[in-house]
Design a protein around this ligand. Structure first.
Ligand SMILES: [Zn+2]
Ligand SMILES: [Zn+2]
Length: 293
């Protein structure tokens, strides 16, 4: 097994919400749906299995046999559709610990990943996956430890429920908070708790405030937030770097450039997530912290 980076790296394999949107107008920020890899303390943690997980899987073929932990926020399509195409899961000798909370209908993450691969919607059932898959149902608010890493979770505000995560290792912390909608009258205490003084907060900024509050096409109640709300959380929770994430598929590169400029003007340490981007939490300076593809 290849030796993993002992530091704290965050790699973005999919940064979109809702549905993949490849094409010439999204080529710079990327079109794959949610998948974020954290290489931390010699462990590989993977957050969500949107279509970005397929490419992560391809990149891992050279590193097998491998072991990784997959954490699912929830099972909307944009967070699980890459899983049936995650090639390392089909290879004997690999081992994956798969975490998720019980859904409001009582189904486990194992049942939901299994269901999306059933005939006639998919030709290959989950049982064909040859890797050692160990499924773990998370309690809301429980802390799990993997080596020297702790992973906390909290409930988010999303139709069908989702959970956010906070990863802590040797004094560094990264929060992965998608999909969630802010409250009209207060900052979400669960989000503040996950983000508390985090070095990095990845946050669901699907919309701008203008889109969210649009008089004719309001997005209120759709389960997502805005970059302006992300800034409020980042400031209140004393987050060091805000990562704007889960981009709406209708937002092309030009639009995302504008979001990047506007969010930086409001909160200087803001970064718009881009497919292929790597953050190095152990970097000595800001200039070596963000690596663009
Ligand atoms: Zn989503
Ligand atoms: Zn969702």
């Amino acid at each position: 097994m290849a030796a993993l980076n002992q530091g704290f790296l965050i790699k973005f394999w999919g940064v979109r919400g809702s549905i993949a949107c490849p094409g010439s107008s999204t080529v710079r920020y990327g079109g794959n749906t949610s998948c974020v890899e954290m290489l931390v303390g010699g462990q590989r943690l993977i957050f969500d299995g949107g279509t970005g997980l397929r490419e992560l899987g391809v990149s891992l073929l050279a590193e097998m046999p491998l072991e990784a932990s997959l954490f699912f926020t929830h099972s909307h399509w944009d967070h699980i559709q890459g899983f049936p195409f995650f090639i390392p899961a089909f290879v004997k000798g690999n081992r994956f610990n798969i975490y998720g909370a019980i859904a409001p209908n009582g189904s486990t993450i194992e049942q939901r990943l299994n269901d999306q691969m059933l005939h006639p919607n998919f030709p290959v059932p989950l049982q064909v996956m040859g890797a050692d898959l160990k499924f773990c149902d998370l309690e809301i608010g429980e802390t799990i430890t993997i080596g020297d890493i702790s992973v906390e979770n909290a409930l988010l505000n999303h139709p069908g429920e989702a959970i956010g995560y906070r990863v802590t290792y040797q004094g560094k912390a990264a929060a992965y908070i998608t999909d969630t909608e802010h409250f009209p009258d207060r900052l979400d205490e669960n989000v503040l708790w996950l983000a508390r003084q985090a070095d990095v907060m990845i946050y669901d900024a699907t919309y701008t405030d203008a889109e969210y509050y649009d008089a004719k096409a309001s997005k209120v109640g759709w389960g997502h937030s805005t970059w302006q709300e992300a800034v409020k959380i980042a400031q209140a929770a004393e987050v060091k770097t805000l990562v704007i994430f889960h981009h709406d598929p209708s937002h092309n590169d030009h639009f995302m450039d504008q979001v990047a400029a506007d969010s930086r003007a409001a909160f200087a340490p803001s970064v718009v997530a881009q497919e292929g981007m790597v953050l190095d939490l152990r970097a000595a300076s800001q200039s070596t912290f963000v690596h663009r593809p």
